[in-house]
Design a protein around this ligand. Structure first.
Ligand code: DGL
Length: 248
């Protein structure tokens, strides 16, 4: 039985890479909801419906675990999904603010997410629980998503966009930057260029991977085939970009 991974587009590949590092023998089913991307500009109710639709598709393939490799979809829908689909492990992605705060107490921490993530109760609760421990500044950098989807994460236009978004904070030196969207790890270089220094980056990929492994070990459902697993790619609409190839 495969591990299913969903995202609005290619962002979840950054998570799948981490999972494959520690679970190379598993088979994977990667579903990008190309038809409805991006999620970050949609309202929470819409994101819930779309995420559930993707989960339903993966359940038809008898996935033993489903990773919502999208911070936006997790923030909007993970609780509802866990209470509705109790027979499958549902692993979500959360902006890795907790480890950043643990490593940099009292320091400046920049959190980047999509627009929708910051509107969710789940995100607001997370920030509230940590806001006294460090100086956390949250901004939305939604446009990174389309740059990454188009394979333009190395473009000067992305650096200019980020410079503009970061301009109000130019006097602050951030010790850590939390990449609170699974598309953003692909844009690390552009973020560094826009800041003109190298912060410590945090993303939720490795944490989610550990969680997946722990659950499969606990339930004795690891794949013990002696060879590397396979990956099947699914899209809700044929994508116009040859994007995936450059991200794998
Ligand atoms: N990759 C998604 C995330 O982690 C969302 C990107 C989008 O579709 O806006 O938030």
């Amino acid at each position: 039985m495969p591990i299913g991974i969903i995202d609005s587009g290619v962002g979840g590949i950054s998570v799948m890479k981490e999972i494959k590092k520690i679970l190379p023998n598993e088979n994977y089913l990667y579903l990008s909801d190309t038809k409805n991307a991006p999620y970050g500009t949609k309202n929470i109710e819409e994101i819930k419906v779309l995420t559930e639709n993707s989960v339903k598709i993966l359940l038809r393939f008898s996935c033993k675990a489903i990773v919502i490799a999208c911070n936006t979809a997790t923030a909007a829908a993970v609780e509802m999904l866990r209470s509705k689909y109790k027979n499958v492990h549902i692993i979500g992605l959360e902006p890795a603010i907790r480890p950043a705060v643990r490593d940099f107490p009292g320091k400046n921490i920049l959190v980047l997410t999509t627009e929708a993530t910051q509107k969710t109760i789940r995100f607001k609760k997370l920030i509230n629980s940590l806001s006294e421990k460090s100086n956390i500044i949250c901004i939305t950098t939604q446009k990174i998503v389309s740059f990454v989807e188009e394979g333009m994460e190395g473009s000067p236009a992305l650096v200019s966009y980020l410079k503009k978004e970061l301009y109000p904070y130019r006097k602050i030196k951030f010790s850590a930057v939390v990449l609170g969207c699974t598309h953003f790890p692909f844009a690390k270089k552009a973020i560094e260029n826009a800041l003109s220094y190298r912060p410590v980056f945090y993303d939720g990929g490795a944490g989610a991977a550990k969680r997946v492994k722990a659950l499969l070990v606990r339930d004795g459902i690891l794949n013990h085939q002696g060879k590397g697993g396979e990956t099947l790619w699914l899209e809700t609409e044929f994508s116009k970009y040859g994007r995936k190839i450059s991200k794998i």
